[in-house]
Design a protein around this ligand. Structure first.
Ligand SMILES: Cc1cc2nc3c(=O)[nH]c(=O)nc-3n(C[C@H](O)[C@H](O)[C@H](O)COP(=O)(O)OP(=O)(O)OC[C@H]3O[C@@H](n4cnc5c(N)ncnc54)[C@H](O)[C@@H]3O)c2cc1C
Length: 72
């Protein structure tokens, strides 16, 4: 259950290659402890809603989780 992508950062967002496919993967060894915030973040992206300000206030840069960074 420890899945990683090349840069070790989770992937959350719509695929740039397959329309309507939403990535939420690569949580590594910390998927349980990140689940509350990562699931809220992913749900907002999937529903086309604004990213919660309290998550952005923690310094999250959405591009750092975007599938495009991996060409996915
Ligand atoms: C030994 C160990 C210890 C860990 N300890 C911690 C910890 O202390 N803290 C922490 O935050 N994280 C920990 N982790 C990591 C955490 O478990 C993962 O990051 C997290 O489970 C990832 O969640 P997920 O929903 O992406 O994937 P998973 O939890 O792997 O869930 C994927 C689900 O999809 C199902 N599935 C697969 N294929 C299909 C299919 N074709 N159709 C339908 N269903 C399918 C699987 O059966 C599974 O239930 C640990 C992991 C391991 C292995």
């Amino acid at each position: 259950m420890r899945s990683f992508v090349a840069d070790g950062v989770p992937v959350a967002g719509f695929s740039g290659q397959v329309e309507g496919f939403f990535w939420l993967a690569g949580q590594g060894g910390y998927g349980i402890q990140t689940a509350p915030a990562l699931s809220r973040y992913a749900a907002c992206l999937a529903l086309g809603q604004a990213i919660p300000q309290d998550i952005l206030d923690q310094g999250l840069e959405p591009q750092s989780l975007a599938p495009e960074r991996l060409g996915a």
